[in-house]
Ligand binder design. Structure first.
Ligand SMILES: [Ca+2]
Length: 322
């Protein structure tokens, strides 16, 4: 490990069709070095997420990247899991029923792996979180200094000033474990949150898919097999001829943050009632007369604008040119 000048990245993921795209983009980006992957439920259950992570690394020829299996349950343990197989297929990868991977996850939990790597490389590890935030909350529980030791956490999560995608209040990754999300957003780490207010602007269109279909790159050829289902879902659910690049945009934010702008403020997560999973941003401009649940909590960065064509272009480059 340790390629000079490259940002060390751990991808926390629930693959997932757009997770697969994001993982391929990360593995084919010279600016970063993927030092591990950790898995979580979300698009699929955790066991299948682990299997898919290993499978995608085998497709990429990167079996050297360790995979640590994450939590099978939410932080509170009792919450019923919401699994988005209706978006990604029952296998999480477009119902292609790929053969099982040969590799195995390492014998360490995702949370322990995150803590270990942050201790090995203090201030140098970027965690790109593409699923519910349970593993990160458990890492903070395991090592209260983790927020100080981790370099940055780039999170795909939240719906800031827009409707959610699970329901009008809530975005899927935050809805998956709101208690964990609230722990992570208020932990004091350097956090950049990419919500669906951003990712719903970044669309891979039919014309881009045609370019992917024509490419000989192994990533492009693999993605052609699994993207069909994702396009159909978007046509039905959103009436668009394209797909949102949620997870790939988040990887790009870790690679080239200058393609986004952000505001700083305190984010808390609603954990009960009909707005469970709602992310509420306090810009801290007003001095409220009373203490609020936001008062004194650490600020994070929340993305507010994105150069969507540039992000799509970069994603396409990394998928097509291998
Ligand atoms: Ca994901």
């Amino acid at each position: 490990m340790g390629e000079a000048g490259k940002k060390k990245v751990i991808i926390d993921t629930d693959p997932g069709i757009d997770d697969a795209m994001a993982i391929f983009v990360a593995l084919n980006s010279p600016e970063i070095e993927v030092i591990g992957m950790t898995t979580i439920y979300g698009n699929v259950y955790t066991t299948l997420a682990t299997r898919n992570a290993l499978h995608l690394l085998e497709v990429a020829g990167r079996c050297d990247v360790p995979v640590a299996e994450g939590s099978h349950v939410t932080l509170m343990k009792t919450t019923k899991l919401r699994i988005a197989s209706f978006v990604h297929g029952t296998d999480g990868l477009g119902n292609q029923n790929f053969p099982p991977p040969n590799g195995q996850p390492i014998g360490q939990s995702a949370a322990s792996f995150l803590v270990e790597q942050a201790n090995l490389y203090p201030g140098e590890v970027t965690v790109v979180a593409l699923g519910p935030l349970t593993n990160l909350a458990l890492a903070i529980e395991e090592d209260p200094d983790f927020p100080k030791k981790v370099g940055q956490i780039v999170i795909l999560g939240g719906a800031f000033w827009v409707n959610g995608n699970v329901n009008p209040a809530s975005e899927a990754n935050i809805f998956g474990d709101p208690e964990a999300a609230d722990v992570v957003f208020t932990c004091g780490a350097d956090i950049l949150a990419i919500g669906i207010n951003i990712t719903h602007q970044v669309i891979l269109k039919d014309a881009d898919l045609e370019k992917i279909e024509k490419s000989n790159s192994k990533f492009a050829q693999y993605l052609c097999k699994i993207l069909g289902l994702y396009f159909s879902y978007h046509r039905e659910a959103y009436h668009i001829n394209g797909v949102y690049l949620h997870d790939p945009t988040t990887v790009i934010a870790a690679i080239n943050p200058s393609l986004l702008t952000y505001m700083e403020g305190v984010v808390r997560v609603q954990t009960s009632g009909i707005t469970r999973g709602l992310t509420v941003f306090d810009n801290t401009k007003k001095r409220y007369p009373e203490m609020t649940p936001w008062t004194g909590k650490p600020k994070i960065k929340v993305a507010v604008t994105v150069d969507a064509p540039a992000v799509v272009q970069l994603v396409m480059d990394r998928l097509i040119n291998t």
